[in-house]
Write a protein that binds this ligand. Sequence first.
Ligand SMILES: [Zn+2]
Length: 311
Amino acid sequence: MATVGYCYDPLFAQHAMVPGHPECPERVMAIHQHLQHCGLMAHLAPLAAEPAAIHDILRAHEAAYVEKVLGRAPQREGELVWLDADTAMNPASVPAALRASGAAIGAVRQVCEGHLKRAFCSVRPPGHHAESWRAMGFCIFNHVAVAARYAVAELGLKRVAVVDWDVHHGNGTEQILAGDSAVFMLHSFQSPLYPHCGEVPLGANGCNLPLPSRSDGSVFRKRWLDEGLPALRAFDPELILVSAGFDAHRDDPLAQLQWSEEDYAWATEQLVCASRDGAAQGRIVSLLEGGYNLRALARSVEAHLRAMLSH
Ligand SMILES: [Zn+2]
C-alpha cells in the first residue's frame, strides 16, 4: 500500500555555519532521533535523496547565481564562505543543498507516480528565502521552487500549489514563482518580521496572510478557513508542496507566534482534506524549512507526520 515517505540524508547534518548558529545540524538529527523514539519511523517509507541536476536548479535560479555558488564553494575542512550576512557555506553545503533540492524532486516523482501517498523531506539547508539571483536567510537553493518547476516541466502537471507556513515570509519562493500561472502560492507568516516583505502578494497567483506578533493558532486557523483554503481549493492543484517551517511554535526563539503542535496537525489535516477532495488526489510533499527549538521542532514534525499518515 502506498504510504508516507521520509527523506533524510546524513549530508543534511554536515552543512554547518558558525558554532551556536540556530540553523544547526542538530535540527535534522533531533527530528530523526525523535521519529525513532516515538515509534513513528516504523510507519514511514525511507526515501533516498539524489543530488539535483544543475538543469533542475536552473528552472528556479539564474545561471550567473548558480555559477557563483558553485565557484565559491569552499573545499578545505574548516573553511567558511559567506554568501550573505546570514548564510555561510562549509565544504558540505553545496552538496547538501543540491541533495536537498534532489530530495524534493525525488519525493515529487515518487508521489506523482503513485509509489507513495505523501512525503516529508527533512532537509538542510532550508530554501524558501533563496531568490532566483541570491542566497538569503540561511538558504542557498530554493528547493520548493525547484520542485514545483520540475513537476510542471518534467511530469506535465498543470497546477501545483505551494503552501508556506514558516513563520518567516517565503520571499524567495514568491519572487521566483510570482506570475507563474501553473503555480498558486499560499503564504502565512508573522508580520512585521524578517524578511520584512509579503504584506501584498507580488503576483496574482498568491494569497498572503500576514499574522500579528503574539497571535496564536486560532488567528491563523481563521484566516486559513476564511481566505487561504477557499483560494487553494478554487485553484484545485494536482499536487500540494509544503514549505514546512515549524518556527511559528510558541517555544521558538526566532519569532513571536504562539502555535502549538496541534496547530501543525490541524494545518496538515486541512491540506490532506483539500488534496483528497480535488485533482491532487491526496498528493502532498512537504519540505523542512525553519524551526529552531529542537524539542518543539521534533514534536511538531511528529504531529505533522501523524496527520499525513492518518488520513
Ligand atoms: Zn522561518
